[in-house]
Design a binder for this molecule. Structure first.
Ligand code: ADP
Length: 357
């Protein structure tokens, strides 16, 4: 178990100009599950690999339990990493795969056996110990890969997209297993993914990155309810939040598509934006049948508990998607009147793209 501190960390790869990671700052508490999320190429893996010591830190400092390990070799950081492609030894049995790092570190036989059996118990691998990786399913292989990390009892676990090679169903069940594992081990874990569902469901705190820069750090709820900027607002949430260009004027939000009367509370928040254009964000679920805007249904998707309606606003081509609870039966071309949930509207500065609160 360990706490980590990443201070002003930059990464510039040789022969490149742009920073792959730009001034990354984060304190991670002992036992915390932190998920780094963002689109491909945003610097998540590079950050993780710098923590592991697999990639040099160009500038800045890394502390594990207050010890400066910025330049320490990977083996001296007491960290274990799990990759998406398992990295198991194909010719070895599950038992041997689990025992391998302990044999290398010259632990005695009984101790190794106990640790391997404890790990196999935690991961439900006791009946697979004599098999080789090619005799296992994808999920079992990934469990062995996780086991190889657990068996060493490292201070910190690093996961680099560990579930992305699995099919959707297995991904869900492995996600649950990882959550339970974290609850059991109470270890510090840093997990990289491009999948916001994994981020929302696994993390104590999520770090959203874009182009090497941290956009926001917060609990899943903070990021969902109070995104700091347009990027986070659009990245977290599925389907994505709807955005509308609106003008704040006469106590209203006016757009080409609709006019909405503002509450006193909103007028206070938007005081400095009177007669200016801002961006209004509305999550698909934050609407109800109402009075404020016309919505023409284009496609309906019934998903059981709720229905997604894709369509256009007013008489314009402006697209939006809304989520109605329950199974509804609107037809293509049908017109609805909707209202936004005024407590759940998000406002963003049109120029800086930052949230206005
Ligand atoms: P992510 O994990 O978010 O997909 P990466 O950390 O792998 O992103 O990459 C961040 C940026 O650094 C990308 O622009 C990528 O092209 C670049 N990059 C990654 N590895 C190298 C490398 N070895 N040499 C040069 N550029 C690299």
């Amino acid at each position: 178990m360990a706490k980590l501190s990443l201070k002003n960390i930059d990464k510039i790869y040789p022969n490149t100009n742009a920073k792959a990671v730009d001034n990354f700052n984060l304190d991670i508490a002992d036992g915390e599950f932190v998920v780094l999320v963002g689109s491909s190429g945003c610097g998540k893996s590079t950050t993780l690999r710098m923590v592991a010591g697999l990639e040099e830190i160009s500038s800045g400092q890394l502390f594990i339990d207050d010890k400066n390990v910025t330049n320490a070799a990977p083996k001296d950081r007491d960290i274990a990493m799990v990759f998406q492609n398992y990295a198991l030894y194909p010719q070895m049995t599950v038992y041997q795969n689990l025992a391998f790092s302990l044999i290398l570190s010259k632990q005695n036989k009984e101790e190794i056996h106990k640790k391997v059996m404890d790990t196999a118990e935690i991961l439900g691998l006791k009946n697979q110990l004599n098999k080789t990786p090619n005799q296992l399913s994808g999920g079992q292989r990934q469990r062995v890969a996780v086991g190889r990390a657990i068996v060493r009892k490292p201070k910190v676990f690093l996961f680099d997209e560990p579930l992305s090679n699995l099919d959707a169903k297995l991904r869900n069940s492995m996600r649950h297993e990882l959550k339970i594992l974290h609850q059991q081990l109470k270890s510090t874990m840093i997990y990289v993914t491009h999948d916001q569902i994994e981020a929302l469901t696994l993390a104590d705190r999520i770090v959203v990155m874009s182009y090497g820069v941290v956009q926001q750090v917060g609990t899943p709820l903070q990021l969902y309810q109070y995104p700091d900027n347009l990027f986070v607002a659009s990245f977290i949430g599925l389907p994505q939040m709807n955005f509308f260009d609106v003008m704040v004027t006469d106590g209203k939000l006016k757009s080409d598509e609709f006019e909405i009367k503002l509450s006193q509370q909103h007028i206070a928040v938007l005081q400095s934006k009177m007669n200016e254009n801002i961006i209004l964000g509305v999550r698909p679920e934050d609407v109800q049948i109402g009075i404020d805007l016309d919505f023409c249904v284009n496609i309906r998707e019934n998903l059981g508990q709720y229905t997604l309606l894709h369509g256009t606003i007013g008489n314009t081509e402006k697209k939006a998607v809304f989520k109605l609870f329950g199974w509804t039966e609107q037809k293509s071309g049908e017109k609805l009147k909707l209202s936004f949930n005024s407590q759940k509207m998000h406002f963003f500065d049109a120029r800086t793209k930052k949230a206005i609160r």
